[in-house]
Design a protein around this ligand. Structure first.
Ligand code: AMP
Length: 136
């Protein structure tokens, strides 16, 4: 199977602006900077998405994402941070290797649009809640 681009970065076959590395986790700048300092944090071992990554490893990835978010505010002048991970194509995932986006946010129009507005009506919330709750 063809290696994905992040496996190639882990293996040193593609360069990156590396931010952090240990035996399990790698962080680097996103090649398309949505905002200044937009970073990606990945497990070195390949897992397709956040949803399929073993919990201890997922926690390690999130720890590094949290630290980079803090640094974005302390040292890059960000006023906020969006931490997000796209799972599967339907959610906009293009690289099929679990990654967390750390997107620093700046005052005014900083280049990133994330609008969460309610646009579905007529949902049966009690049934939806029961379905999730009963399967947790
Ligand atoms: P997603 O849409 O969540 O799968 O995001 C994939 C991200 O990977 C995009 O923001 C790309 O800009 C980024 N990306 C793709 N190739 C590279 C690369 N070689 N180095 C750094 N970031 C990359």
């Amino acid at each position: 199977m063809e290696k994905d681009v992040f496996c190639k970065i882990v293996d040193g076959e593609i360069p990156c602006y590396k931010l952090f590395e240990d035996e399990d986790v790698l962080a680097f700048l996103d090649i398309s900077q949505v905002t200044k300092g937009h970073a990606l944090v990945i497990p070195k071992k390949h897992y397709d998405t956040f949803l399929s990554t073993p919990d201890k490893l997922m926690h390690k990835v999130m720890d590094v994402a949290q630290r980079i978010g803090q640094i974005s505010i302390q040292f890059l002048g960000a006023k906020g941070v969006n931490i997000l991970t796209n799972c599967y194509e339907a959610a906009g995932q293009t690289v099929k290797h679990f990654h967390v986006h750390v997107i620093p946010r700046y005052e005014g129009h900083d280049g990133f649009e994330l609008e969460m507005k309610s646009n579905v009506e007529g949902l049966n919330l009690p049934v939806i809640a029961e379905t999730i709750k009963n399967n947790l």
